[in-house]
Write a protein that binds this ligand. Structure first.
Ligand code: KET
Length: 467
């Protein structure tokens, strides 16, 4: 808090305890019924010039912030869980909040292939000059090829605008800025539920959004009819946000047949599909299989937006490396879109960081490293599948109520959507020290085989004993 010398000019000027923006800008801060005038930014009200004119006037030293009118923001529903976890001293605590991969020992994991790529980079002694606004050319090529396949006609025809972004979030934000500028009033439709940050991103970019039905709590599955009906009912030319694979938080993906029908409706209504691909390779263990949804739309010749992230599949969370791709119907349109993405990026963050981009380019560009990455990704995806199975087995063995827990096995990716409500999720944390998001999502990537039984006890208690 900034410390200011204040002149107490009037003890009766205002009865309003609130701080108005106007007052704040003029350097005046109203506190209760006392009107303080800061001497520092407003020369006319300096204590030296404050003249007594029948009013009480004295100089006092008080800690008063210009930010008095700013309320405390609530903790982030996902990243705030990690903060609460760190503050807990109980030795049984378990962090199943954020989607970040841990080893069986519950330690963060740096992929071996990443360390090898970093060693290569050190050996080469690469410089730290600014990247171009669109990012590292070798990364942009590699990331688009990974998404669509190197032999995809879109690549050959130069119909894709790829710009390196600040991981998945930054890439989504850049795409939102493009929508806000060039499609004013167009709506983005997001699934209900979706990753919590989607709404924040569109709100901050001033892009209107609404939800389409996705999760059906009765079947603990996809509400396909509802989804299709809502996409159909959206104003023509809407952006339809789709999770490329491993839907977060539900872990429920459409089947290949359902993807075809979703593409039909989107095409019929002239909507623009907008994919968020944060888990390529993490859902099935195969990069190609997990990109099948996007490739299906591309094969129809549709124009598509795709945000990519390397946080999970290469474990590059803190490097903030990802991309925004816009597949266009012509190379000419792609060139123009790319120029505008650069124009939007320049005043926001100028140009992206180089380290993560070089790691991805080195790994994907070297056949041996690429092979090693795929093997490590399969290992990570496999460990998550193992804990998924063990959690299910533990629940079935311990819970004698006859409840069907098989949905846990059907879900895909890092998460399990347990169906626990807010109160039950709070019980998981308050009583069992299991940290998770309040929507009932648990990150299986933060679970070990050794902790599955403990977690099953916590879930059974919360599910049956808390309403
Ligand atoms: N999309 C989805 C669907 C997603 O789950 C995440 C991250 C991102 C994009 C962005 O990740 P980035 O690190 O910006 O590339 N999700 C996890 C972390 C977070 O909330 O930031 C999570 O859901 O736990």
């Amino acid at each position: 808090m900034a410390s200011s010398m204040l002149s107490l000019a009037s003890a009766s000027a205002s009865a309003s305890p609130s701080l108005s923006l106007h007052d704040n800008l003029k350097g005046r801060v109203k506190l209760g019924s006392v009107n303080f005038i800061s001497c520092l930014p407003d020369k006319t009200s300096s204590s030296a010039k404050a003249k007594p004119s029948g009013r009480i006037s004295m100089t006092v030293g008080v800690n008063v912030s210009r930010f008095e009118g700013i309320a405390m923001a609530p903790p982030d529903p996902i990243l705030g869980v990690s903060e609460a976890f760190r503050a807990d001293t109980n030795e049984k605590k378990l962090n199943l909040g954020v989607g970040a991969y841990r080893t069986e020992e519950l330690q963060p994991y740096v992929l071996k292939v990443v360390k090898k790529a970093e060693n290569l980079m050190l050996e080469r002694g690469e410089n730290k000059e600014y990247l171009p606004i669109e990012g590292l050319a070798a990364f942009n090529k590699a990331t688009a090829e990974l998404l669509l396949g190197a032999d995809n006609p879109v690549m050959k025809e130069g119909r894709i605008a790829t710009v390196q972004g600040l991981s998945g979030t930054g890439s989504l934000r850049l795409a939102s800025a493009l929508i806000e500028r060039y499609f004013p009033g167009a709506k983005v439709l997001i699934s209900s539920p979706t990753w919590g940050n989607h709404k924040n991103i569109f709100n901050d970019a001033r892009v209107p959004w609404s939800e389409y039905r996705y999760y059906d709590p009765k079947t603990v599955g996809l509400d396909f009819e509802g989804m299709v009906a809502d996409v159909k009912a959206a104003p023509e030319g809407s952006f339809i946000l789709l999770h490329g694979c491993a839907h977060n938080p539900t872990g429920i993906d459409p089947t290949p047949e359902q993807w075809e029908k979703i593409a039909d409706v989107i095409q019929e209504k002239n909507h623009i599909p907008f994919f968020d691909v944060a888990y390529q390779g993490f859902a099935s263990g195969s990069l190609d299989q997990d990109a099948a949804s996007v490739r299906l739309f591309a094969a129809r010749g549709m124009e598509i937006l795709v945000a990519q992230s390397y946080s999970k599949n290469l474990g590059l969370y803190a490097e903030r490396i990802g991309a925004i791709n816009v597949v266009c119907s012509s190379a000419d349109a792609a060139a123009r879109v790319k120029s505008q993405l650069k124009r939007l990026a320049r005043p926001m963050y100028s140009n992206p960081p180089v380290h993560g981009a070089r790691i991805v380019a080195n790994v994907v560009g070297d056949p041996a490293l690429f092979g090693e990455w795929k093997a490590e990704m399969e290992l990570m995806a496999g460990r998550i599948k193992n804990v998924r199975q063990k959690l299910y087995d533990s629940l079935m063995a311990k819970d004698k109520s006859g409840k069907d827990w098989s949905f846990i096995l059907k879900q895909i990716g890092m998460f399990s959507f347990t169906g626990l409500n807010k109160a039950q999720s709070e019980n998981m944390t308050n009583k069992w020290h299991v940290y998770m998001t309040k929507d009932g999502r648990i990150s299986l990537a933060g679970l070990s085989l050794a902790k599955c039984e403990y977690l099953a006890d916590a879930i059974i208690d919360s599910y049956h004993n808390v309403s």
